[in-house]
Design a protein. Structure first.
Length: 396
């Protein structure tokens, strides 16, 4: 039995993919302590892990979307400083450490504590080629004062994590000794260019504690389209109204999740073929869906494709553009730029995906690659082998 410390940032898209993995570690007799915030206590403790909490003074979900926004930079650096201090303080008690790819000091912990560390990658794995592809998109929302931001990243984040940072973009390139990636090598851009220290296990998806009271009688014998922009950048009233306008007269049921930042009453009259919710049980809906209209967050896109659902991806920021590009490349769905998501284009896109069987077939090819990757069960096997090799190399 091993004692494991899991260090993660407090965002749904980084925590949800790890839950099945953590459950499997515990099912095999290991003890897991998980560093996150109180917001995720119930979710984390449901796996059997123990929470080690740290505090934040801003919306946790904003850090991924806005990591380099000037106004959130200070809070983000403070968060990393506290995470790093807690990991150093607690790390000596554990046999090994698993850390999120955005916790940049993982290798430092290995050197300072003399423990093996494993990187948990909830996005695509990032290499020079993938980063080059990302830079073709506008993935940073506010490009002002770029030199100042880089300077503060280099100085303050470096000081917080005992690192010398010369180019903040290189922080994102996965250079860790061992990496667990929650996608398949087939779906990963430039998948064949990654070495043996990258293990692509597919999405780590398990049933979640959710309200699953869906009006199934309304969904029977109907095509079902699910619409969701995720948990972060989802206050999009114009987009939701465009959907209502685009699809109101179609013989299809639309389930639209609008998040808790938008009031359903602000959307006006809801057509009879719509179920609009502030929160929908996504996994349950995806089991019924024929098309998924999504922002293209890695977590949401992976969940849709895990159930063989073709996607219509409307990316907004972060890694979403490259997810949209990859879905379109593999012809498992369509990519619509956010400024092109008019009612007419939305309607035509749904009709196109439903009528062209190839989108469904190609989504199922990705689904097959996910399931063949082995999931969290395979991840634990990979880690066992890595640890044997690590200890063999570090015996004095």
């Amino acid at each position: 039995m091993a004692k494991i410390l899991f260090v993660n940032i407090p965002a749904h898209g980084h925590i949800n993919p790890t839950l099945g993995f953590v459950k499997e570690l515990i099912n095999r007799g290991n003890q897991v302590s998980y560093m996150s915030t109180e917001k995720f206590r119930k979710t984390i403790e449901a796996t059997g892990a123990r929470l080690i909490p740290y505090k934040l003074r801003f919306d946790p979900d904003s850090i991924v979307l806005n990591t380099f926004k000037f106004k959130l930079l200070r809070g983000t650096i403070d968060m990393f400083r506290e995470m790093y201090s807690l990991a150093l303080e607690n790390g000596s008690q554990y046999d090994y450490i698993i850390h999120d790819s955005l916790f940049f000091a993982g290798e430092n912990l290995s050197k300072l504590l003399g423990k093996p560390t494993i990187c948990s990658v909830s996005t695509f794995a990032l290499s020079e080629k993938v980063i080059e592809a990302l830079t073709k998109f506008d993935v940073v929302e506010i490009p002002f004062a770029k030199r100042l931001i880089e300077c503060r990243i280099n100085r303050d984040l470096g000081n917080a994590l005992d690192m010398h940072i010369h180019d903040y973009k290189k922080l994102f390139i996965n250079r860790y000794s061992f990496n667990i990636v929650y996608t398949s090598n087939y779906f990963q851009p430039y998948g064949k260019t990654f070495g043996e220290n990258f293990k692509f296990i597919g999405p780590s998806i398990t049933d979640r504690i959710e309200n699953t009271e869906l009006p199934l009688d309304k969904l029977q014998n109907k095509k079902v389209v699910y619409i969701s922009l995720g948990t972060v950048n989802n206050k999009m009233i114009t987009f939701y109204k465009n959907c209502l306008k685009a699809f109101s007269n179609m013989d299809i049921m639309f389930i639209m999740s609008i998040g808790n930042r938008t009031k359903i009453s602000s959307l006006g009259k809801i057509p009879d073929n719509f179920l609009v919710m502030n929160y929908a049980p996504q996994l349950e809906v995806l089991k019924l869906a024929d098309v998924f209209i999504t922002h293209g967050g890695m977590n949401s896109a992976s969940e849709g494709l895990f159930y063989g659902v073709p996607l219509i991806v409307i990316p907004h920021s972060s890694d979403q553009p490259i997810v949209a590009k990859r879905v379109a490349e593999l012809k498992a769905g369509l990519h619509i730029p956010k400024d092109k998501a008019t009612p007419e284009i939305l309607r035509d896109s749904v009709v196109n995906v439903l009528e062209n069987e190839n989108y469904k077939k190609n989504a199922c090819i990705i689904q097959k690659s996910f399931k063949e990757a082995g999931g969290y069960d395979k991840a634990v096997d990979y880690i066992s082998e890595y640890l044997k090799n690590w200890h063999a190399q570090h015996i004095l």
